[in-house]
Design a protein around this ligand. Structure first.
Ligand code: SAH
Length: 331
């Protein structure tokens, strides 16, 4: 099978898939830690970003949509931070796009007013503000490897002793290129479909999508498939369904597809730059002054979110918008 089919089976198989059965986010014993799980400041700033953009849209009734909300922490923090923005919450219809049944249950505890959808297309029509943190990296990728004799697709199969192993397809009739043997190119078909869904929605009614993830602008030609279990990288084919499987996001491709679809594109910029632009330092100061015993922890959290040696540079932020809106905050 292709790497994309393998990823989809590992993540989404109804009986054994990671998200269907045992997703574990946040906390010391979890498999991975995301930005909203690392600090409340993250969701608060993104909530205020949404309030600002809702204002820019002319304060309409709108869908506040989150793609892949995990444990619901980001939306919970966003809603807390926007409680006092007059009219914002009354105008919003919160929609969580989630495939994982166990995570939906956790989300319902934190965001009881939400409704759920299995995919973006199932969310109600109308103006929307769409957020996705570490969502794009779950979308399955196909991998192509440059050999001496051209391009091959990377495949997953069984060896003689029935162990999962990687292999390569026969050479593909692909155009020649200057890439060195060993170069890996990755494509994410589901990412392309998502951009088309965003295109339809953002052309039918005004709105924006803010997508944040780890990824690159210039591909390095390396294999970015990665499996995480308890914060440790494991072999992606060692324990299928038991680890979180992801790939780095090709932000240049996201920007290109969105531009071709007639959307306005801002970014990608680094998460550090984005959060500083939204005023994370001011938010930190206010929280630290109000809770001096927590000042040190809050400083560590801010460092984690913004510093280039932590999440600040690897993570990128891109905003896709309906045409003819003013530039979004933070870019
Ligand atoms: N945004 C959260 C969780 C990131 S993990 C955070 O930052 O903490 C990825 C999330 O996307 C999980 O909630 C997972 O169940 C969901 N997910 C993965 N693939 C999906 C898909 N194809 N459609 C909808 N949700 C998906």
């Amino acid at each position: 099978m292709t790497v994309a089919e393998y990823m989809a089976a590992c993540l989404y198989d109804p009986e054994d898939g990671y998200y269907a059965t045992r997703p574990s986010i946040g906390g010391a014993n979890a498999d991975f830690l995301t930005a909203p799980e690392a600090s409340q400041m993250y969701g608060e700033l993104i909530g205020l970003w949404c309030a600002h953009e809702w204002d820019a849209l002319g304060k309409p009734a709108f869908n506040l949509i989150e793609l892949g909300p995990g444990r619901g922490v980001l939306m919970q923090d966003m809603l807390r931070a926007t409680q006092r923005v007059e009219g914002f919450q009354d105008s919003s219809n919160v929609v969580l796009v989630e495939v994982s049944a166990p995570l939906r249950d956790e989300q319902a505890e934190r965001v009881p007013q939400a409704e759920w959808a299995l995919r973006l297309d199932d969310a109600p029509p109308g103006a929307s503000l769409i957020i996705g943190n570490e969502f794009l990296d779950c979308l399955p990728i196909r991998q192509f490897v440059r050999g001496e004799d051209g391009w091959h697709e990377k495949l997953v199969g069984m060896d003689e002793v029935d162990q999962l192993t990687f292999g390569l397809s026969a050479a593909l009739p692909a155009p020649d290129s200057d890439d060195e043997p060993g170069t890996v190119r990755e494509v994410a078909p589901a990412l392309e479909s998502l951009i088309y869904e965003l295109e339809r929605r953002l052309h039918e009614a005004p709105g924006r999508a803010l997508l944040i993830d780890y990824g690159y602008v210039t591909p390095e030609g390396a294999d970015t498939l990665q499996a995480l279990k308890r914060h440790t990288k494991v072999d992606p084919i060692e324990t299928p369904g038991e680890a979180d499987l992801t790939a780095h996001v090709d932000f240049a491709r996201v920007a290109h597809l969105a531009e071709q679809a007639g959307l306005d594109v801002h970014g990608p910029i680094t998460q550090g730059l984005f959060l500083r632009g939204l005023g994370i330092e001011l938010r930190f100061k206010a929280l630290a002054e109000a809770n001096p015993p927590h000042a040190e922890r809050l400083a560590r959290e801010m460092h984690r979110l913004t510093s280039p040696d932590q999440m600040g540079a690897l993570f990128k932020v891109i905003c896709l918008s309906s045409p003819n809106l003013p530039p979004p905050a933070g870019f």
